[in-house]
Design a protein around this ligand. Structure first.
Ligand code: KG4
Ligand code: ZN
Length: 414
């Protein structure tokens, strides 16, 4: 049995005696121990097939994941039918592995929670139909999960965080700033008007052919950029953060990506190399790109904190900013955000990197949160559909823009 150490955010294997001590007072079944509520979470919204069993105290009893990153890296991006096929090939094994590791049988589950929105239609469909079969076979309640809500709530599994808190979700498919007021109560303050930062970093990494770089060949684009940036000098390139005049909390990355593309093309000409070869200045470009993304994200987040404090939506002296999603595992971007939280007397919290990227634990935990709050638990799944597009919460981004808050300049010395 694996138990999540909440303070360190790592797994450890407790002794049998410790488990007995820990579980004293909880439900006891002959030969087997478990807490009352056990949720199986299933995630297939994009390119990871993941499952986990989590109990109501947030202990991760078992988890398994199959990542498709390597396949998609080779094809230069996610091809939805390929992702669908890989989910189909792996879902049964992954769910089986998570259940076996947890030593929980399906009949002992309190509910099955599955991502049904937003995401790739073909990918969501695999997780949903597999889950509905399980639900039907074992007569369990079903909890449909919003992928971004799950990212946002993960922090409550690893840290003691009360509502309200501000959440910045930055991944390959999403980019948003929202105020979390309850398990399923969000105010959307801003979002990307075009692509997400992870998508942009993936495209830049592809354009720089980082897959051919011996140190980066198995990394996602964002991770490769972070890795290479450490060896580069960001001051060799000057990319301007987007939307500097727009006093709202929206984001934009495609214009910046275009500027970077043009710069790469120019450098290829200067160095006399063909597209497909690695530039000698690739590390400098990676460092400058990462810095510009960090500054853009930090500025919009700074404004969101000021807006929430101005409107009394966040604690004045004890505001919490949670950052999650795949791009949140970037330590440089985290440091930029730390500069913002220090300047606004707020606290920055991030789930451990393995819980920032897509995983089954966050889905199961979202199921636990909903089960405890009595929200969205279905005993009849007739008519349930996946939704490829689905905003998070109530959109107040227009109001945020109208407030036109000027953000004080911060020195981004990272
Ligand atoms: O949350 P996630 O696993 O999937 C969704 O998009 O929902 O995020 C994947 C994204 C990819 O774009 C990947 O390049 C990016 O997160 N990413 C990173 C890092 N690790 C993953 N971006 C920047 N720095 C990283 N260390
Ligand atoms: Zn995600």
């Amino acid at each position: 049995m694996l138990i999540l150490n909440k303070t360190a955010g790592v797994f450890f294997k407790p002794s049998r005696r410790k488990i007995y001590e820990f579980l004293g007072g909880f439900h006891f079944h002959p030969g087997k121990l478990f807490l009352h509520k056990l949720v199986l979470g299933i995630e297939t919204s994009c390119d990871d097939t993941a499952a986990a069993v989590v109990d109501e105290a947030g202990n991760v009893l078992g988890e398994a994941i199959h990542s498709q990153t390597e396949v998609h890296l080779k094809t230069g991006g996610i091809i939805p039918p390929v992702a669908q096929q890989l989910h189909r090939e792996n879902i049964q094994r992954i769910v089986q592995e998570a259940l076996s590791a947890s030593e929980v049988s399906p009949s002992e589950l309190s509910a099955i929670a599955t991502t049904v929105k937003p995401g790739l239609a073909l990918s969501l469909g695999v997780g949903l139909s597999f889950s509905l079969q399980l639900v039907d076979q074992f007569k369990k309640p079903f909890i449909p999960i919003h992928h971004m809500e799950a990212h946002a709530l993960t922090i409550r599994l690893t840290n003691k965080v009360e509502f309200p808190f501000l959440v910045l979700l930055i991944s390959g498919g999403h980019c948003l700033l929202a105020l979390a007021r309850g398990v399923s109560d969000f105010l959307l303050l801003g979002k990307s008007l075009d692509i997400a930062p992870g998508d942009m970093l993936d495209k830049v990494a592809r354009r720089l052919c980082l897959i051919k770089h011996p140190e980066c060949s198995t990394m996602s684009g964002g991770k490769a950029i972070e890795h290479l940036a450490k060896q580069g000098n960001r001051l060799h390139f000057d990319f301007q953060p987007p939307m500097q005049r727009a006093k709202n909390c929206d984001f934009s990355f495609s214009g910046l990506q275009h500027v970077i593309d043009k710069m790469i093309m120019q450098k290829e000409k200067e160095e006399g190399i063909e597209q497909g070869q690695i530039l000698s200045s690739a590390a400098d470009i990676a460092a400058a790109v990462q810095h510009t993304v960090a500054c853009h994200v930090a500025k919009r987040t700074h404004r969101a904190i000021l807006f929430c404090k101005q409107r009394g939506l966040l604690h004045q002296s004890n505001a919490v900013l949670v950052v999650s999603g795949g791009v949140a595992s970037n330590l440089y971007i985290r440091k930029a955000l730390e500069i913002v939280t220090n300047a606004t007397q707020s606290t920055l919290l991030c789930p451990p990197p393995r819980l920032c990227t897509d995983n089954g634990v966050m889905i199961a935990w979202n199921g636990v949160e909903r089960l405890r709050a009595g929200l969205g638990i279905l005993h009849n799944t007739e008519g349930i559909r996946y939704e490829p597009k689905c905003p998070l919460g109530v959109d107040i981004s227009k109001e945020v823009g109208e407030a036109a808050i000027t953000v004080p300049r911060l020195k981004m010395k990272i």
